[in-house]
Design a protein around this ligand. Sequence first.
Ligand code: CTP
Length: 371
Amino acid sequence: MQTYLVGGAVRDELLGRPVTEKDWVVVGATPQIMLEKGYTQVGKDFPVFLHPRTKDEYALARTERKAGTGYTGFVCDASASVTLEQDLQRRDLTVNAIAKDANGELIDPYHGVEDIAQRVLRHVSDAFSEDPLRVFRVARFACRYHYLGFSVAPATMALMRTMAASGELEQLTAERVWQETSRSLMEQSPQVFFEVLSESNALASWFAELPPVPNPEYEALAKAANDNAPLETRMAVLCSGLTPEQTDTLLTRLKAPNVVADLAKMSARCSHTLMNSALQATDIVELFNNHDAWRKPARFAALLDTAGYLASVTRVNGYSSRRHALEQALQAANEVDVKAIVASGVKGPDIKKAVFAARCEAVAEFTVSLQ
Ligand code: CTP
């Protein structure tokens, strides 16, 4: 039995990037042999084992053939006679199909090393199209390695277009698409993920509500990434030109976590108000009320950040002084002594009215910067 390091670990080592996860392929073994050596089996669909000490994943070399639609329906052969070359051939990209043996020798039948040198993401074989998730994976790798100058090979792009046109992308589960999307959003150049999907006509499959590429939202997303903004801010920036209904439809389809969906929907509702509406004292306090700025100040700050990224690319002037005024207004409104209002003898619904009035008075001086 022979073991080889494969996939992302070999690729990232060759790219001089940190290796976070090591995957191994095992040739000439059976599940029985692996279990006898103390490995534990984890794979449900195909034989994958965890090393007894390192807990790295060791998969028996296998071939896969599609026998149905969607992600399911693969016929897998993981018998001891499957060769390393056969295992590498079922993989998505040449840069992901390089193996390294125990002596550090590379086994590279599909010329991944050359594609790494040429900065090309190229499919290994036509079997690429058997897994529609690969369209999103290529877009993710393109955005992750954008800073290194990588691009998608024209033939791979053509294949991705064919896959998008076939309607197969819609059959993926939301969880898998969201995983690729959220990972891509957190990369250095997340806008490239959407550019590649757009170029392969795949944007409509899961992101129909997003504006066509190019658009200021994608530029704003690049700025947010440049600032190391968190995931929810990046998604909110992307949705800031949509209606709240479109944002809801998009993020429900993607099954995005609540923290992401909440900020994006709020941002869709109020980005333009924050950027350039004339705000009177009552508008400001209503804005704080509607977004629960009292109990969720960090989320309100994220809303201000989101509007800031959009303002910077749509050439809205004076946003930083508007933002400053809103921050000061929030601080002043927070200083209103609610307990003292209650203690003064106001009762029932009048308490709410009195607090609102006191807060309006507190923020009034900041309205000058918000016209
Ligand atoms: N793979 C594939 N097709 C997929 C998923 C995975 O061919 N849809 C293969 C690729 O050879 C890949 C390897 O399985 O390199 C491991 O997959 P995974 O751990 O998902 O990705 P990595 O390439 O390790 O990338 P990342 O750094 O993003 O984890």
